[in-house]
Design a protein around this ligand. Structure first.
Ligand SMILES: Nc1ncnc2c1ncn2[C@@H]1O[C@H](COP(=O)(O)OP(=O)(O)OP(=O)(O)O)[C@@H](O)[C@H]1O
Length: 305
């Protein structure tokens, strides 16, 4: 069973064991190998970021973890707090979510014509037990469940900083607020692992800073492990405990942010990609070199070519 995210978790409860792992995950579309023998281990309680140039396979990796895609080969293992192991490969997305993984999407998917609180309540209700007949008859059990989902949605909206916008239509919120609402909605399903797909995309500098703090709080206060796909290198390097780098569907490196920042294969992948990221990485390297001159390269980072 997933933890109730509205109840803060003592950080001492968070151990360093594995919460999620992939072994040999390979995904193909026709002749195109989108993920090639990807092995990733996520420790319970960590913030792990997945980076890589455009088209590297990051979203496909998320889609494989959450049941949207079914890789042709490999294993995806989730180890819930309650013990045991669950195999995720080939499971339907709603079952993966029920097991304890929740995600947000690169393109925000909210119910624009519903209010902020209604969006979160819908997700919260998937976790609260009340049968359809009790709801139709307005029985005490259904009323209790309704109150519980109201309270949970309110707590989560407060947590993400949208308390004053409960009754605003999701579609009328600013882009940054919609991102926060999407996160609240994902948290309402009580995940042990939260997967965030480019949460900083389209946000302004203030919203980026708020997002950074929110990710830290989700991790530290709620004890939720966070898997983060992000192109914003500053955010990744500041918030992630560890970083995994994909390029052309392969994991090319894994390590702490400081190891990854100077990893030759990572720099080459970005600079060779010709994408917008390349300029950002060049700028980041120049700034880092100005801040911390001449360290000894990428030692310690694991290469996996
Ligand atoms: N459903 C699909 N059918 C065919 N090809 C796909 C499908 N989904 C993804 N791909 C291909 O897989 C490759 C990886 O795409 P993916 O979206 O996973 O990359 P990404 O690293 O998330 O990129 P970006 O940073 O631009 O979002 C791309 O070449 C893409 O065209």
């Amino acid at each position: 069973m997933a933890t109730d995210v509205t109840t803060p978790v003592d950080s001492s409860e968070r151990s360093a064991d594995t919460v999620l792992s992939t072994a040999g995950v390979t995904l193909r579309f026709g002749g195109l190998t989108v993920l090639d023998d990807v092995n990733v281990t996520m420790r319970r309680g960590e913030i792990l970021s997945v980076i890589g140039p455009n088209g590297a396979g990051k979203t496909s990796f998320f889609n494989s973890l959450t049941g949207v895609y079914t890789p042709q080969q490999g294993k995806i293992t989730f180890r819930p707090r309650s013990g045991g192991e669950k195999q995720l490969l080939g499971r339907k997305p709603h079952l993966v979510n029920r097991m304890g993984l929740a995600r947000t999407f690169q393109n925000i998917r909210l119910f624009g014509a519903l209010t902020a609180i209604e969006n979160v309540k819908i997700a919260a209700e998937t976790r609260l037990k009340s049968d359809p007949v009790s709801i139709m008859l307005g029985l005490p059990r259904a009323r209790k469940a309704e109150r519980a989902s109201d309270e949970k949605a309110l707590t989560l909206l407060r947590f993400v900083g949208l308390e004053s916008k409960l009754n605003e239509l999701a579609g009328s919120l600013s882009y940054g607020d919609q991102r926060s609402l999407e996160i609240a909605r994902a948290l309402a399903t009580d995940p042990e692992v939260l997967l965030l797909d480019e949460p900083a995309a389209g946000t302004n500098p203030t919203e980026k800073l708020e997002l950074e703090q929110l990710i830290r709080r989700i991790n530290a206060e709620l004890g939720v492990s966070v898997l983060l796909i992000e192109h914003d290198m500053r955010l990744v390097m500041s918030v992630a405990d560890r970083v995994v780098v994909l390029n052309f569907g392969k994991k090319i490196a894994e390590g702490t942010p400081s190891e990854i920042q100077r990893h030759p294969a990572v720099i080459e992948a970005y600079l060779g990609s010709g994408a917008d990221d390349a300029a950002a990485v060049e700028e980041m390297i120049a700034e880092l070199e100005a801040e911390h001159p001449a360290q000894d390269g990428a030692d310690g980072a694991e290469e996996d070519q």
